[in-house]
Design a protein around this ligand. Structure first.
Ligand code: URA
Length: 217
């Protein structure tokens, strides 16, 4: 069971050995695009297992070959997986393997050169009614895109209570920005790294997650 980070009460660092081992391979700059993509998907699935632990449960009467049984099932809440484009797509794949019935939304943001702030260019979401939204982006760096993506969901009727955020690697700066804007949203990461460098890359990080995932430069 994940416990909150000592400095950030809404942050859960999932330190399972399999997650940590796979992440170390991803960080290595010699890891190929094929391997990087596969590992990101596998880690997302493992993280999703922990993140979905909080889904509400109920029971449903079924008949086994032997008897009537009150069987545990997930209570009503439907799930939407929403990658922040484009690197989020690589994590969404793993989550969809775990929750095949989940709906999928997409949020595309670009950085305005003048304001340096994220601006939405593409948003497509499923009906928010009775749904939990899992926002995914591998790198929680400055926290500006993450906060803007949550704002996008809020604007379309999804309250913070129904949002979870999942990233592979976070910088403390990003966690601070996201939790200042949305203090009740649980944030699940595989690692909390040291800091951001002058180009807003996470240190030690793994480089540009989108480029490594899609083999671009
Ligand atoms: N985005 C990335 O892909 N990598 C970083 O280190 C920071 C932001």
């Amino acid at each position: 069971m994940a416990t909150p980070h000592k400095d950030f009460p809404n942050l859960f660092v999932l330190d399972h050995p399999l997650i940590q081992h796979k992440l170390s391979i991803m960080r290595d700059k010699t890891t190929s695009t094929t391997q990087f993509r596969q590992l990101l998907k596998e880690i997302a699935l493992l993280m999703g297992y922990e993140l979905t632990r909080s889904l509400p449960m109920t029971t449903k009467e079924i008949e086994t070959p032997i008897t009537i049984f009150q069987a545990p099932t997930i209570a009503g809440k439907k799930v939407a997986v929403v990658p922040i484009l484009r690197a989020g797509l690589g994590m969404a794949d793993g989550l969809l393997d775990l929750i095949p019935a989940a709906r999928m939304g997409h949020i595309g943001l670009y950085r305005d050169h003048e304001t340096k702030r994220p601006v939405e260019y593409f948003v497509k979401l499923p009906d928010p009614e009775g749904r939990i939204f899992i926002l995914v982006d591998p790198m929680l760096a400055t926290g500006h895109s993450a906060s803007a993506a949550v704002d996008v969901l809020n604007k379309r009727g999804v309250s913070d209570d129904n949002i979870r955020f999942m990233a592979l690697v976070a910088a403390p700066e990003g966690v601070r920005v996201l939790s200042a804007a949305h203090p009740t949203i649980p944030v699940y990461v595989a690692a909390l790294d040291s800091h951001l460098n002058e180009n807003a890359y996470i240190v030690p990080g793994l480089g540009d997650a989108g480029d490594r995932l899609f083999g671009t430069k």
